[in-house]
Design a protein around this ligand. Structure first.
Ligand code: PMP
Length: 363
């Protein structure tokens, strides 16, 4: 242990659950409903499987180390140069590359106390100091974040929408924030759930890159595109930052099947629209359910909803025995909440029926 880098021994490993098939076998339950990882319940576009099958004929070849075609497609959609894009093995990896490139011992990294856990992990692993800012109504307190900036601040991480709260920052709030951040401080806007935000409410974050050379925007194919298992994400930045990130990045970090799959997914926007529509109608059903039962929930702009359900641990276990997996988020400093991913209508029905049973029992 003593041989590890300074921040490493204090890290807690990511705690994945058992594979669903194994749980089904152990518990003797058929068809467990998994609403725990914010995955797309519709799966992925059928065009993805076809593209992967075709690409698999070339599996003996190394992938294109620069992801040329995927970057070309992304740059056409985003209106940026291919030299402004960094591809990663999931957006987690582009965040990791960003930290490896810029963050080290003595630096401070600012993020929200209930933000995506990876910011804290990467900060600790870098040997930097985490500056966690208390949330305001479970969302980012941008004014407090600005006040926390010091000479040592290297990076500010903002998830919008945030995981695990689903909270969202308006474009006005973000624009005002960006205008006040000193240029030597990097800001990463993590937009993993970007596609779920109504078009009219989205901030033009990629356009802001022209104005703010310290801004980075990360997105992923894991959520609305349904490719969580393939692992593809990307970060858009100035060409200067992308150049540095691409020096640090492993040359073949995105495998050839992932590149082909992501490209096919990007070309099927109709699938994304369908996914977002389903999310919207099912989210509305879950919100009504909570309102009718007096369950406190956090208004979410993402593909999950976080509810106050106490005692959360017991409710999580009881739902599990009824074949419904949700996500406890005590590790995010929210021991009284459970995060529930939006599933298919019948999956959400299963969740609501199981929770109803528990609520009746508790009475
Ligand atoms: N950012 C946020 C806010 C997330 O919730 C997630 C997924 N849990 C990620 C990034 C990383 O997703 P991926 O590595 O699959 O792109």
């Amino acid at each position: 242990l003593a041989l590890a880098q300074p921040g490493v021994s204090g890290l807690h490993p990511y705690q994945p659950g058992k594979p669903v098939e194994e749980l089904e076998r152990e518990m003797g339950i058929r068809e467990i409903v998994k609403l725990a990882s914010n995955e797309n319940p519709l799966g992925a576009s059928p065009k993805v499987a076809a593209a992967i099958a075709e690409q698999s004929e070339q599996i003996c070849r190394y992938p294109d180390a620069n992801g040329f075609y995927l970057k070309q497609a992304l740059s056409a959609i985003l209106g940026v140069g291919g030299d402004q894009i960094t591809l990663g093995n999931g957006s987690n990896e582009v965040l990791e590359i960003l930290f490896r490139t810029f963050v080290g011992a003595g630096d401070e990294v600012i993020f929200d106390a209930h933000a995506f856990i990876v910011y804290r992990l990467l900060t600790q692993a870098s040997g930097a100091t985490a500056v966690a800012i208390p949330s305001q109504d479970w969302g980012h307190d941008l004014d407090a974040m600005l006040l926390a900036i010091t000479e040592q601040t290297k990076l500010i991480c903002i998830a919008n929408p945030n995981n695990p709260t689903g909270t969202f920052l308006s474009k006005e709030a973000l624009a005002s924030f960006m205008s006040q951040v000193p240029k030597q401080v990097l800001v990463v806007l993590d937009e993993a759930y970007f596609e779920y935000v109504p078009v009219e409410e989205r901030a033009p974050t990629v356009e802001w890159l022209a104005q703010y050379p310290n801004l980075c925007v990360s997105r992923t194919f894991s959520k609305a595109y349904g490719l969580a298992g393939l692992r593809v994400g990307y970060l858009v930045s100035s060409a200067e930052i992308a150049d540095l990130l691409n020096r640090v990045r492993e040359p073949f970090n995105c495998n050839s099947l992932a590149l082909a799959g992501a490209q096919a997914a990007l070309a099927d926007q109709e699938f994304v629209t369908r996914s977002v529509e389903l999310n919207r109608t099912e989210m509305a059903r879950l919100e009504s359910y909570c309102q009718e039962r007096g369950i406190d929930y956090i208004l979410s702009y993402a593909n999950f909803i976080t509810m106050k359900l106490t005692p959360a641990d017991e409710i999580y276990q009881a739902l599990l025995t009824r074949g419904v997996i949700v996500r406890p988020i005590a590790g995010y400093g929210m021991p009284d909440h459970l995060r529930v991913s939006i599933g298919l209508p019948q999956e959400n029905d299963r969740f609501m029926a199981a929770l109803d049973e528990l609520l009746v029992e508790a009475r």
